[in-house]
Write a protein that binds this ligand. Structure first.
Ligand SMILES: [Zn+2]
Length: 357
């Protein structure tokens, strides 16, 4: 519905905005302008249509007003084609889009890299293990920055890799949905509504999939706890997706419920991590993965704090419109946190493949 209605509106706008294709600089950065366009139908009418310039905060429709400290360079209700092409132009969402798009490609590369350091059962002749070494001493840890990973074909490969790749898929889905949301939401309110929900689904997917390598590999030899944790977080994630998709939960009075649900879902990770340290605290793999998880929690925590406080733009409104505002910092910290958990997941998988139960 949004796309059909907008296509008609967009055709009119396209005809009235040849400056978009002929004047690239105006497309890149220009103040809002309005002009009167005359339509010759059965009856002559005059409609105020915006050009495809970038607009200021006060000119935005309600559905695009999210941060009053970012004053300029907004796209507002652009036609779909121009909205997609704005991936390559400069506006106040450019870095929001690219921070997570680059993050997505980083995880594509990490997936390929992981597939190469964990050879398949067929390629490794059913024998592979991962040794974790620090400095010159094999299988010991001094500090995590010294860690490097090698694959040594010695022991039977015992464990499924799907929890590891599920996490990578969850991270890629989250980053791609976020990037698409920032790119397309300015098109119209319906698109914004749909993309925001896909964004929430992506966040749920990232949180839930993050639990899988942690729980599956840590408690591989304790199937009762493994199943309880996996079922709990999966149910939690499904509830979060439902809360994100059902329109009633979008109303202002339910937004805190949604925020609390996401926060509880993420914070519940502390339970299996504490359980891991109680049971396997003497193991270097458990200590190392917990260090990575602490780095992840710190990245996400600082990111959410920056996002909620809307700094630094709160202190100097209008000065960080294009670069340096809170949402961009939040995005970078999300990618950093997701990468820290990737490193933890590599250790989890190597731990089990090398040792078994
Ligand atoms: Zn975002």
């Amino acid at each position: 519905m949004c796309f059909e209605a907008s296509t008609m509106a967009c055709n009119a706008r396209l005809q009235s905005s040849s400056s978009f294709s002929t004047d690239a600089m105006q497309f890149l950065i220009s103040p809002r302008e309005t002009k009167t366009v005359s339509y010759e139908n059965e009856e002559t009418r005059s409609i105020k249509e915006p050009t495809l310039g970038l607009v200021d905060y006060d000119s935005l429709p309600e559905f695009l007003k999210h941060n009053e400290f970012i004053l300029n360079y907004y796209r507002s209700e652009w036609p779909l084609k121009e909205t997609i092409l704005s991936l390559f132009s400069i506006h106040n969402e450019t870095l929001n889009i690219w921070t997570h798009l680059i993050g997505f490609f980083i995880f594509v590369i990490l997936t390929g890299y992981a597939a190469s350091i964990f050879p398949s059962a067929r390629n490794s002749n059913n024998y592979s293990t991962l040794q974790l070494r620090s400095g010159n001493s094999s299988n010991t840890f001094t500090s995590f920055p010294d860690l490097f990973i090698t694959v040594d074909l010695q022991r039977p490969q015992l464990f499924s890799r799907w929890p590891f790749y599920l996490y990578l898929a969850g991270a890629m889905f989250c980053l791609l949905m976020s990037s698409a949301c920032h790119l397309l939401s300015c098109h119209c309110s319906k698109t914004s509504y749909i993309m925001l929900r896909l964004d929430f689904a992506g966040i749920s997917g990232l949180i839930v999939s993050s639990f899988y390598p942690l729980v599956y590999y840590t408690f591989s030899c304790h199937p009762f706890f493994r199943n309880v944790y996996l079922c709990s977080i999966t149910a939690f994630g499904l509830a979060a997706v439902v809360v994100s998709l059902v329109p009633v939960f979008d109303s202002p009075q339910f937004r805190p419920v949604r925020a609390v649900l996401f926060a509880c879902m993420a914070a519940s990770g502390i339970i299996p991590i504490a359980h891991k340290m109680i049971t396997f605290g003497h193991r270097p793999e458990a200590v190392l993965t917990t260090q990575y998880e602490a780095m992840m929690a710190m990245s996400y925590g600082i990111g959410v704090l920056v996002y909620a406080m809307r700094v630094p733009e709160r202190w100097l409104p209008g000065k960080f419109d294009l670069a340096g505002h809170s949402h961009q910092l939040f995005h970078v910290l999300v990618v950093a946190g997701a990468y820290a958990h990737y490193l933890a997941s590599v250790v989890y998988l190597g731990w089990r493949e090398g040792e078994g139960c």
